[in-house]
Write a protein that binds this ligand. Structure first.
Ligand code: TYM
Length: 340
């Protein structure tokens, strides 16, 4: 398992036509940075998306669009492995193995499962939704991952991945798998809904006006920011408890410009919330326009995009196979006789 660089793995679900700003600031920006120092693997987890029963044509389209947005944001397929989860069968093979190490109770404690199953009710809840975090642990452990850059909402899933890794090492022997570390950047770990700044911005839960979508019409992006819910009072200052709306806007402003929140607050001394919103709308539109354009270039070249994903799948399989074989052997499965 000796490698020159530590390994980073992360992934996103293809569950909407466009990623939202939370996906971008909470995760994708870090993915791009980590490519410089890590051996990076980034996936579009289409098997996870099946848990919400998407329309087949829509799922296919969204899988490509999601990959296109990784590349548009600066994930470099020359340096990183970019692939689609279902192209690498080892993910589901390892997930089965891990499910036999996962307690019903610990899977049932996952808050995302509780929220999502509450939303659709018991009759709409499939077993895949329940075992979702086990497949996620397989994604991570399959590549002997050291670091997993994600937003705050994935922290509990990552804890489960770590617990499973430690359990495997205890039961199957040291060196069975690498125990992954979360990489969660405090400032941008949770970007909030523009209309309800006490909830996270989310593809599945936010209203259209609460979201900033990377591939949206810039005019709509600007409009959403200008109509963001702000708090009573007029002074622009950062206070998560008392001023969640303004604090969220300041976080986004700071993340996109690289300026500190203090610096931005000082600039708006004596000015109204409206000034901040108008300026932030310009900042966001200016930032997203080139990303949007690059993503559309990839989306309009599906053959080229599929080529990148095919290369990525072949590299990913090469890394995944040895891990799966090692674990199959350790749990006592007989290695198949190789032909030829
Ligand atoms: P997904 O597709 O919901 O979200 C992708 C990434 O975006 C982050 N994120 C946010 N960050 C900050 N503020 C927000 N409002 C916000 N909304 C989303 C998420 O934390 C995530 O990093 N289960 C995962 C996908 C997955 C995965 C994996 C991730 C499957 N296997 C292995 C890492 C490693 C998910 O549904 O992410």
């Amino acid at each position: 398992m000796a490698r020159m660089k530590p390994r980073v793995f992360s992934a996103m679900q293809p569950t909407s036509d466009s990623l939202q700003l939370g996906n971008y600031l909470g995760a994708l920006v870090e993915w791009v940075k980590l490519q410089d120092t890590h051996d990076a693997i980034y996936g579009v987890v289409d098997l996870h998306a099946l848990t919400v029963a998407p329309d087949p044509a829509v799922l296919r389209e969204r899988t490509r669009r999601t990959a296109a947005q990784f590349l548009a944001a600066g994930v470099d397929p020359e340096r990183s492995t970019v692939f689609v989860q279902s192209h690498v069968a080892e993910h589901t093979q390892l997930a089965w193995l891990l499910s036999t190490f996962t307690g019903m109770g610990e899977a049932g404690r996952m808050t995302q499962f509780k929220d999502k199953s509450a939303k659709v009710g018991e009759s709409g809840t499939n077993v895949g939704l329940f075992t979702y975090p086990v497949l996620m642990a397989a994604d991570i452990l399959l590549y002997d991952t050291n670091v997993v850059p994600v937003g705050e909402d994935q922290r509990q899933h990552l804890e489960l991945s770590r617990d499973l890794a430690e359990r495997l090492n205890t039961r199957l022997g040291d060196g069975s798998v690498v125990v992954p570390e979360p990489h969660i950047v405090k400032e941008t770990a949770k970007i909030y809904d523009l209309q309800d700044p006490t909830r996270k911005m989310s593809k599945s839960f936010s209203s259209p006006k609460g979201l900033i979508e990377i591939l949206d019409d810039p005019k709509k992006v600007a409009k959403n920011i200008k109509s963001a819910a702000t708090d009573s009072g007029t002074v622009v200052s950062f206070d998560r408890e008392e001023k969640p709306g303004v604090s969220n806007l300041l976080t986004i402003y700071s993340a996109l410009t690289g300026r500190t929140v203090e610096d931005i607050v000082a600039e708006y001394e004596g000015k109204m919330y409206g000034h901040l919103k108008v300026d932030l709308a310009d900042v966001v539109v200016e930032y997203l326009t080139p990303v949007h354009e690059r993503a559309m270039d990839w989306i309009e070249s599906p053959d080229k995009l599929d080529g990148v994903l095919a290369d990525g799948a072949s590299k990913a399989r090469g890394m995944a196979r040895p891990t799966l074989e090692r674990l199959y052997d350790r749990v006592g499965l007989i290695a198949p006789q190789l032909q030829g």
